[in-house]
Design a protein around this ligand. Structure first.
Ligand code: MN
Ligand code: MN
Length: 461
């Protein structure tokens, strides 16, 4: 009977019962590289900067906007889109009109953005007002250490880079919360209302500027910023400053089998793609890797996946000889984004038979969306079969999954925007616990298998 079950049932195994000792070493090596990259990539801009460094070492050259002719086999180019998103390509043996293989992840993550006029003083304490970015549970962002990263663009055209809190010994920041002793009213509120958006103000200083008058603490803080960065209060207007959790990337668990870090959605898949394309030397079809921005707020803007920057880039790879639209219609896209892992502490939101589990490998999602798959791309059966075949042939451990129970909620990815272009698209990525929290958890095994999946797709997709 067991033989019949083996033959006929869809049975999954824990990944650690499948792989051998050699692969465990490769897994640890890959995760070390991922963790180092992630530690240095706290914002979308930093992720792009760090990715460009790696790509250049691997032989990628900036795309010449004046270039003529299609990408040549083995040629490695990249386009840094305004420092916030990155497109890379390795020329394939087959011409672009036969389509390319694209993997699209995003490098923006939920965070607290400073408002355009953020600084104020209340009761002789200075604060920075924020407007959160992406889907967050606001109560998770109080009483944790924060760092400030970003840029201030000055009127003279120059840009000042700001990083406060990353270096050992740097000061950090916090959003305060009420003590339990005085939280009787707050504790009666729902978790959505316990800490409201306008209360997510970052404590920025407490010492008054010497002398008499009002707003002396605000003045002292502004004076410190002016000393360090040469900026004035009006310069916040043209700044993008992001408060992000100050946690280091760490191994988790006594067995060190998991990774805890901020921003794994979706830099974990971004790194998997990046590592895979850096190893693609002469693929059959041109390999394209996208590290997109703005996914968390709907893939909008010039650096988001809806932007025509993608068409422009593909047009350059095509040269004059083929149409971008024809190329799209023959292409294959893996939308590489994280999915929800089954959390045994909250099994009620998942339907076990179709939920992703830690250590069961890269998760394929045929569809995302919510309330009857609304907003999903919904990959075709044929496309799912193709990914199954590719991964099985390459020894990738994978699992089929769905984000949560029917009508429990849902989510989206860039998949729909790729499919809108007439590109066959499927979602695949790393299962995550505490997704969108300041400290997200993944399993090393799944991170590694996602990389192997991305590699298999570039090799044979
Ligand atoms: Mn994501
Ligand atoms: Mn997300």
């Amino acid at each position: 009977m067991d033989e019949m079950k083996e033959k006929l049932f869809y049975q999954q195994k824990n990944g650690y019962d499948v792989i051998g000792p050699e692969e465990r070493l490769a897994l640890e090596d890959y995760c070390r590289r991922y963790m180092a990259w992630l530690d240095a990539s706290r914002t979308e801009r930093e992720a792009v900067t760090e990715a460009v460094k790696l790509a250049e070492k691997a032989g990628f050259k900036p795309l010449d906007p004046a270039r003529a002719g299609a990408i040549r086999p083995g040629e490695k180019v990249y386009l840094d889109n305004r420092g916030k998103s990155l497109l890379l390509a390795v020329g394939g043996k087959r011409p672009m009109n036969e389509g390319f293989v694209v993997e699209a992840a995003h490098v923006d993550s939920p965070r607290l953005d400073l408002k355009q006029s953020p600084l104020f003083e209340d009761t002789e304490l200075a604060y920075l007002r924020t407007h959160y970015y992406g889907g967050i549970k606001k109560y998770q962002w109080a009483a944790i250490p924060l760092e400030l990263h970003g840029v201030v663009a000055l009127k003279d055209g120059s840009t000042v880079e700001v990083v406060i809190g990353r270096e050992p010994g740097d000061p950090q920041f916090v959003v305060t919360d009420l003590l339990p002793h005085l939280a009787a009213d707050q504790m009666q509120k729902t978790m959505a209302k316990g800490i409201e958006g306008e209360k997510l103000c970052i404590l920025a200083g407490s010492v008054p500027y010497a002398g008499e008058g009002t707003d002396r603490v605000k003045l002292a803080v502004m004076s410190l910023l002016n000393d360090r960065y040469g900026i004035t209060e009006a310069d916040f207007i043209s700044a993008e400053l992001e408060a992000v959790p100050a946690f280091d990337v760490r191994e988790l668990g006594l067995d060190r089998s998991m990774i805890g870090a901020y921003g794994q959605d979706d830099r974990v898949c971004a790194f998997a793609e990046l590592a895979a394309i850096m190893e693609a030397d002469a693929p059959e079809r041109t390999a394209v890797c996208i590290l997109a921005d703005k996914e968390e707020i709907g893939s909008v803007g010039v650096s988001g996946m809806r932007s025509q920057a993608f068409e422009w880039f593909i047009g350059k790879l095509c040269g004059d000889g083929c149409s971008v639209q024809e190329s799209f219609s023959n292409s294959f896209c893996v939308s590489a984004d994280v999915t929800a892992a089954l959390d045994p502490m909250y099994p009620e939101v998942s339907e076990k038979q179709n939920a992703a589990r830690l250590n069961y490998g890269v998760g394929f999602c045929k569809f995302t969306g919510s309330r009857g798959k609304s907003g999903a791309s919904d990959a075709s059966a044929e496309l799912v079969a193709k990914l199954r075949r590719l991964c099985d042939e390459a020894g990738v451990v994978w699992q089929m999954c769905e984000l949560g129970k029917v009508d429990q909620g849902g989510g989206g990815t860039v998949a729909g925007f790729m499919a809108d272009r007439d590109i066959d698209t499927i979602d695949a990525g790393v299962p995550v616990l505490s997704m969108h929290a300041p400290f997200e958890t993944t399993s090393k095994f799944d991170c590694y298998m996602t990389y192997k999946c991305m590699k298999a797709v570039y090799d044979k997709g």
